[in-house]
Design a protein around this ligand. Structure first.
Ligand code: SF4
Ligand code: SF4
Length: 200
């Protein structure tokens, strides 16, 4: 495969499989997004650089990067981009593609929490805040979990007082009525989206 063909393939893949990926080619590399991003200096590859790497065909390097997982959806970049690229959406789209391709960095906190939240929500159709907090605190083992829970004690108590955390949720918690219908709907939505994005 020639170098040029490889370049075209990855840009084409991003255009087809990443949300708003067709806009990447519009980037003129001015750097305003990277300069405006509050977390830019902490990213290995700020947005402008990721777009340059996509066009250079660096598939493995882009998809295994930690960078797009750091996007907090503050929308600062979108507001300022002179070419009106939907940068935030592309960042999340790249992260999703990386996850689906098994290239997301292992142990990446946003990726881990995203999966945890999705599993928690889709199980019963409602978020069980207590179980979500416990799975987060205890994800690295029992000892670390106890330490995390102790460190977050005052926050937990505050949430309980405000009625946002119910200890009784440990017994199962609230659920939607038609769980099987909800799961069927999610399955169908995933099939449609996978076909649209060629992710199946
Ligand atoms: S601000 Fe827009 S045009 Fe400029 S580098 Fe960023 S994405 Fe590209
Ligand atoms: S939306 Fe994401 S990429 Fe854009 S400035 Fe905010 S953190 Fe940075």
């Amino acid at each position: 495969m020639s170098e040029m063909k490889y370049h075209n393939n990855f840009l084409k893949e991003v255009e087809e499989r990443v949300e708003e990926g067709h806009m990447v080619k519009m980037c003129m590399q001015c750097g305003v997004c990277s300069g405006s991003c509050p977390f830019g200096p902490h990213w290995a590859h700020p947005p402008q650089e990721l777009f340059m790497m996509i066009r250079a065909g660096k598939r493995e390097e882009v998809l295994s990067s930690d960078s797009m997982w750091m996007c907090t959806s503050c929308y600062q970049c979108i507001v300022r981009c002179p070419r009106k690229l939907p940068i935030t959406h592309i960042m999340h789209g790249l992260a999703y593609l990386a996850k689906r391709e098994g290239l997301a960095p292992k142990g990446q906190p946003t990726a881990e929490f995203g999966q945890m939240f999705w599993d928690n929500l889709t199980k019963d159709g409602r978020v069980n805040e207590l179980k979500l907090s416990l799975s987060l605190y205890f994800k690295d083992g029992f000892g670390q979990g106890v330490k995390n829970a102790m460190a977050m004690q005052s926050v937990g108590m505050g949430l309980m007082k405000a009625g946002r955390l119910n200890p009784m949720e440990i017994l199962g918690g609230h659920k939607i009525k038609d769980k099987s219908g909800f799961h069927a709907m999610l399955k169908k939505a995933r099939e449609i989206e996978d076909a649209r994005r060629k992710l199946a």
